[in-house]
Write a protein that binds this ligand. Structure first.
Ligand SMILES: C[S@@+](CC[C@H](N)C(=O)[O-])C[C@H]1O[C@@H](n2cnc3c(N)ncnc32)[C@H](O)[C@@H]1O
Length: 170
């Protein structure tokens, strides 16, 4: 099985886990509690713009849980707002207020519902150190996963993508 966490798009070969009941969702659950899945049972996990919704004290256990359910040599695709890019964009004098608002929403969450709040910020070195510290053996940054049409490719200003897209290998 391949698992799309925080997913909203049905795609062949992928099951969706979401904290909210939405069309196409196969499992209702929280990224920080994957106890409904067995050890080494999932080939790949994809999570775009969900991991930053995890409260700080649960971050390590969330990554340990993801590592636990992924099969040996499996992959974890994770996309989060890149705080380095967002901070630079926020400080850019020519950025229009509308885009500035988008930047802030990417930092703090859109806050359209109870699950749309961000509790942490990431850049590559920080995310890499957490992933390696929680058992992943290799981590690489990619421009795009080219798997889903979602926020991982969002570029609100001057075609600059604001996501940090990383593949972690078990
Ligand atoms: C900001 S949206 C991102 C949607 C899509 N993945 C994308 O990249 O465009 C966050 C999604 O993750 C879900 N979500 C939020 N917190 C979650 C959690 N703790 N566990 C699982 N899903 C969560 C929300 O219901 C929502 O569908």
């Amino acid at each position: 099985m391949k698992l799309h966490i925080g997913g909203e798009q049905v795609k062949e070969g992928w099951k969706i886990l979401n904290i909210q009941k939405k069309d196409g969702v196969d499992f209702i659950g929280d990224i920080s509690d994957l106890s409904q899945f067995d050890d080494d049972s999932i080939e790949e996990i994809y999570a775009s713009h969900v991991f930053e919704h995890v409260i700080q004290k649960k971050i390590k256990n969330t990554l340990i849980g993801i590592h636990r359910v992924i099969k040996e040599n499996g992959k974890f695709y994770v996309s989060v707002p890149d705080m380095n890019i967002l901070c630079k964009m926020f400080l850019e004098p020519k950025i229009p207020p509308k885009v500035k608002t988008q930047v802030l929403r990417m930092m703090f969450g859109g806050q359209v519902d109870d699950f749309d709040f961000h509790y942490f910020g990431w850049d590559y070195t920080l995310l890499e150190s957490y992933l390696l510290g929680c058992g992943f053996k290799k981590v690489e940054k990619v421009k795009s996963f080219s798997l889903f049409d979602d926020t991982s490719d969002y570029a609100p200003f001057s075609n600059i993508p604001i996501s940090l897209n990383v593949i972690a290998y078990k």
